[in-house]
Structure formats: structure tokens, C-alpha cells
Design a binder for this molecule. Structure first.
Ligand code: ZN
Length: 180
């Protein structure tokens, strides 16, 4: 083998994205305000790729760094149009209203309708440290707002107006078993 080929092989193996463990509610990291990222270092890039891998495997449409136990302002999303990563995301503009039935990888089995802005403009750094502006509407707008909430220590059930609309699948399955 050519020595360069060996180096490349080691490099590729080293950079292979790894699935990380998803932290579940009510872990305190999900209640904490995450810290801003000063610079997109190789560690941040690794975190981004690991988060994308974790989100795709789950599967989910979005993931915030606190959900893998890292209290930093990093989010990823993929609604089927390819992954997006944003470091230090900030909502510059929002408008309109929409309600989506939301769920969360940190609250498995829980679903509830949440009303959020239907259009957002979000700014953040991408995985090369470049400032990126994303205009989103529909599902992507909801996903980005849900993930940015995680960075501020909020989960989607905090945004539910009527608690009686929260569906707990595991609980309902248990109840059914009890009835049988
Ligand atoms: Zn979530």
C-alpha cells in the first residue's frame, strides 16, 4: 500500500461520524441555556457530523447539541432536503402562525400540537464557520424554532397552550394493557 493511502485511510476512519447517546427529559442539560460557540473548531465539526448521524439514525428531523449532552449552541435539521447545520443560530425575523403536531427525540412517545411562527429567517454559522442565512417556512420553520428552543432550555411541551392536548403514547399503551 502507498504510504499516503494509509494516512488517508486512518484520516477517514478518524473522521467517521459516530452516533451519540440522546439525552432524555428531564435531564438537567435540557433545562440549561447553552453556551455560544466562539469558533468552529474541528471538534465542533465532529460534533455536527455526529449530530447529523444521530438524527438520521433515530430517525428525526432535527437535533440540538444539548440533546446529546453538549451544552453548546449548535443545531442540525433535515426534513428530507439534505442536512442543515447552524452554529449560534439566531432568529432574525419571524411571522405568521402555524400549528404542527410535534414530538422530540428527548421525549419519546410524547406528542402535542404547538403553535409557532410559520416563517422565519435564521442566521448562524455553517460547518466552515461562514455566516449563513436560512429562510424557512412550514415544517422547517417549526423544526428550527423547536431546536433553537432547546438551546434556551425549553422543550416543546413548555409551549403547549392546553396541557390536555399532550398525548403520551407509552402511557396510553400501558393504560390499554391495564384495561385488558
Ligand atoms: Zn426536541
Amino acid at each position: 500500500m502507498h504510504p499516503f493511502a494509509l494516512i488517508l485511510f486512518v484520516e477517514l476512519r478518524y473522521n467517521l461520524p459516530m452516533q451519540r447517546k440522546i439525552v432524555r427529559f428531564p435531564n438537567p442539560v435540557l433545562k440549561k441555556k447553552a453556551k455560544s460557540v466562539k469558533r468552529v473548531t474541528p471538534e465542533i465539526v465532529t460534533l455536527i457530523y455526529d449530530m447529523i448521524e444521530t438524527m438520521h439514525t433515530a430517525p428525526g428531523v432535527g437535533l440540538a447539541a444539548p440533546q446529546v449532552g453538549v451544552s453548546l449552541r449548535v443545531i442540525v435539521a433535515d426534513i428530507g432536503q439534505g442536512p442543515i447545520a447552524l452554529v449560534n443560530p439566531k432568529i432574525l425575523k419571524k411571522g405568521g402562525k402555524q400549528a404542527f403536531m410535534e414530538g422530540c427525540l428527548s421525549l419519546p412517545g410524547v406528542e402535542a400540537p404547538v403553535t409557532r411562527a410559520s416563517k422565519v429567517i435564521v442566521q448562524g454559522m455553517d460547518n466552515s464557520g461562514k455566516i449563513n442565512k436560512i429562510e424557512a417556512e412550514g415544517l422547517l420553520a417549526t423544526v428550527l424554532q423547536h431546536e433553537i428552543d432547546h438551546l434556551d432550555g425549553k422543550v416543546f411541551i413548555d409551549r403547549v397552550e392546553d396541557p390536555s392536548t399532550i398525548k403520551h403514547m407509552a402511557f396510553e399503551a400501558e393504560k390499554k394493557e391495564e384495561l385488558i
